[in-house]
Design a protein around this ligand. Structure first.
Ligand code: ADP
Ligand code: MG
Length: 439
């Protein structure tokens, strides 16, 4: 559905706050959240673990009453469970002794919908999520992706006006997740389900840009909304397109706390007027180690001087690491402390594959990386000899520094799968799937 009806707010959260107490400790899980979801909107909630996303969904669907604030559904104060909303969880609990059809029919049965209505409706949904032929199968006979589809069919069988999804694809393998995303979007954009709005919690930035009309970015401690962004791309969205990548970059910047013009001076590319910033020489393993360490500390924050002891590294190495984390938007440094950004937190928690994606998106912004990928794009076979690049870099840096910069570029670029390097031939290649970025 491309027509968001801003005259028709479906859901309003006003100054919603959730405080949990354990023993003496009072803990603000959600602080002063104001959010409106309109009819026709697909909204994605992004943010690090523990920022209160699931808590918000429970509050929205009425499974939990907030400590403070109001939830309005169609301008009516919500009391108790919202009968017009449904949640699909990461892993959907199916009853093992019931067939696919019986599992889907269950919620309708509970609402006293008679068999002559509920059975055809359930069969139709099973068909539409792509499970035609599996009506009489039992959950144990299905793959994880298929079980999640049954979960979707069950959630949609009750024809919720507001469909809430809590990381619905994150337990699935890459292919099942992608096909199920496509099927949900197809149902949604074709208007063939009566659902009026979708609110999806996600950990996956590209997924949010692929699906949502609006992305709301949250941060934790306390859990709160940081900023939001409208995604104006038409469906079906092309992940590889420049416009798509631009929105992805904007979301990354929001998560990295850089909605203001770049806080960090990245410098210019070689050959352009101005200075090229030297990349700190660090390996991804060490950088990831630092980010993981910070993510385990209270408030994701540490005193830099203490870190040398905690991590057992010298201060020069640590300085390079904090600089790298800062350039990439994974951390901010102020008053002797280093503090993870939500993006740094997301990286620390992400799978290997997601880490590579995040890293690739971040280094593509660096003038040196842009310079190298552009040169490779315009070279024969999209490849250049190490020597040639080294010589080009020597116009910018002293020879020894040029060599170090190239080593770092290759190391980072390989990890991000933007470039590859053949040690025997001493030749650098542009990875075929990598996107040359427009300057
Ligand atoms: P998210 O879904 O964004 O990962 P949650 O909403 O699950 O975050 O949790 C937000 C914070 O509230 C976390 O720190 C979590 O430990 C805490 N929390 C959630 N539910 C409870 C509860 N019932 N009692 C105490 N703390 C809770
Ligand atoms: Mg959660």
């Amino acid at each position: 559905m491309d027509s968001t009806n801003t005259d028709n707010p479906l859901l309003k959260l006003r100054h919603v706050q959730q405080i949990f107490t354990s023993g003496q400790r009072r803990f603000t899980a959600v602080q002063d959240v104001n959010l409106t979801v309109f009819e026709g909107e697909f909204v994605a909630l992004l943010g690090p673990s523990g920022c209160g996303k699931s808590t918000l969904l429970r509050i929205i669907t009425g499974l939990q009453k907030p400590s403070e604030g109001r939830v309005l559904y169609r301008d009516q104060l919500l009391r108790g469970v919202n009968p017009h909303a449904t949640i699909v969880f990461q892993t959907f609990a199916l009853f093992p002794w019931l067939t696919v059809l019986e599992n889907v029919e269950l919620a309708l049965k509970a609402r006293n919908v008679p068999p002559d209505i509920r059975t055809p409706r359930s069969l139709d949904l099973i068909d539409r999520v792509g499970l035609d032929g599996f009506e009489t199968a039992y959950p144990r006979e299905l793959s994880g992706g298929m079980r999640q589809k049954v979960g979707f069919a069950r959630a949609m069988a009750v024809e919720p006006e507001l469909l809430c999804l809590d990381e619905p694809f994150s337990a699935l393998d890459v292919l099942s997740a992608e096909s199920l995303r496509g099927e949900l979007l197809e149902l949604w954009t074709s208007g063939s389900i009566p659902t009026k709005a979708i609110l999806m919690v996600s950990h996956n930035i590209e997924e949010a840009v692929f699906m949502a009309d609006r992305i709301v970015v949250m941060d934790k401690e306390p859990g709160r909304i940081l900023s939001e962004l409208k995604v104006e791309l038409t469906h079906p969205r092309q992940r590889k397109s420049e416009e798509f990548q631009k929105v992805v970059d904007e979301v990354y910047a929001m998560l990295a706390g850089q909605t203001e013009p770049e806080l960090i001076e990245l410098g210019t590319a070689p050959g352009e007027p101005g200075r090229t910033r030297v990349l700190p020489q660090v390996t991804i393993t060490d950088l990831a180690g630092l980010l993981e360490h910070l993510s385990e500390l209270p408030n994701d924050r540490a005193d830099i001087y203490r870190l040398t002891e905690e991590l057992g590294i010298d201060s020069n190495h640590l300085f390079n690491l904090t600089e790298a984390a800062e350039i990439l938007g994974f951390a901010t440094v102020a008053k002797g402390d280093i503090l993870l950004t939500p993006l740094g937190e997301t990286f620390a928690e992400a799978s290997i594959l997601a880490r590579k994606e995040i890293f690739a998106t971040r280094i593509r912004r660096l003038p040196l990386v842009r310079w190298l990928t552009n040169m490779l794009t315009h070279s024969e076979n999209r490849s250049l000899a190490w020597d040639v690049i080294q010589t080009a870099l020597e116009l910018e840096f002293p020879p020894e520094e040029a060599g170090k910069q190239l080593d770092t570029l290759i190391n980072w670029g390989r990890y991000a799968e933007l470039i590859s390097y053949n040690d025997d031939r001493e030749q650098v290649y542009l990875e075929t799937q990598s996107q040359p970025q427009k300057v």
